[in-house]
Design a protein around this ligand. Structure first.
Ligand code: PAF
Length: 281
């Protein structure tokens, strides 16, 4: 089995045009590589929707702040390519940074709504502009029928949906459920940073959300349930950026279940590793 690799936009567009001429539907799975089962579940979702599946592998520098882990971000192209082929993928788009951002590149997507909800954006101020700009570019480069994103980055998914709607971007934006390890930890390429004791503690993040959900469903006040989750995480040694109950669609704060379907979202540090997670209530 072999996979086609496109290193530039022209090669990507040639392949897509060839498949379109055959009447194929095309789905795109944007990634930064370091593939795990969560990414492969996105490929599976893509295969349900399209005859041809493209994966982009591009560690996008513009979504990392200078103090973040761009240089250290895990890169494993050969392993990723093998896993993608085994999952039934057709083409990997893996451009160099200069292909995506040639000298003189200045345009950025300007955001509001879910991008300013006070969650990730509060702690990573320029992050979503970088994400939205690369995702807009990837969608325009590949022109797929559908693009698949994980719900693990829940605010990112909301930002991308809003942008696609506002900019009349054609592809259907599809969210796919978070894949978890047996102990509940959401799969993430950054989990490799966790030291053994931290990895042992990490499932408490999901457990705290589950307990919070159960308390709300049993009638506890939303604020109280969220505060208990935060306290439990701090007690366990996490440095908490936020625990929040938000409207699942708008990401606006909710004070009661009547404020709409609730999504519980968390971001917290274990040592030098920042973990995020979310669940629906
Ligand atoms: O979720 C990710 O891996 C990235 O943010 C994305 C969507 C591929 C954009 O670089």
């Amino acid at each position: 089995m072999s996979v086609e690799i496109a290193r530039d936009v022209a090669a990507l567009r040639n392949a897509v045009a060839r498949w379109r001429a055959e009447g194929a539907r095309i789905a795109l799975v944007p990634t930064m590589g370091a593939l795990h089962e969560g990414h492969l579940a996105l490929v599976h979702e893509a295969r349900i929707r399209a005859e041809r599946v493209v994966m982009s592998i591009f560690v996008n520098p513009t979504q990392f702040a200078p103090n973040e882990d761009f240089a250290a971000y895990p890169r494993s192209f050969d392993r990723d390519a093998a896993a993608f082929v085994a999952a039934g993928g057709d083409l990997i788009f893996a451009p160099e940074v200069t292909e995506v951002y040639p000298p003189g590149f200045v345009t950025k997507v300007s955001l509001g709504g879910p991008a300013t909800a006070g969650l990730e954006d509060k702690f990573r101020p320029d992050h979503f502009v970088g994400v939205a700009t690369i995702v807009a570019k990837l969608l325009i480069m590949a022109m797929p029928d559908a693009a698949i994103f994980g719900e693990k980055d829940y605010q990112q998914l909301a930002v991308i949906r809003q942008m696609a709607r506002d900019l009349n971007l054609e592809p259907e934006i599809v969210g796919a459920p978070t894949i978890r390890a047996a102990d509940g930890l959401a799969l993430s390429s950054r989990n490799v940073y966790l030291r053994p004791q931290e990895r042992a503690k990490a499932p408490l993040l999901h457990a705290a959300l589950e307990r919070c959900r159960a308390a709300i469903l049993q009638g506890a006040a939303v604020d109280t349930a969220v505060a208990s989750a935060r306290d439990a995480l701090i007690e366990a040694g996490f440095a908490v950026d936020y625990v929040a109950a938000r409207n699942a669609e708008t990401l606006a704060p909710v004070v009661a279940r009547e404020n709409g379907p609730i999504r519980l979202l968390v971001a917290a540090w274990l040592g030098k590793t920042r973990l995020i997670d979310n669940i629906g209530v």
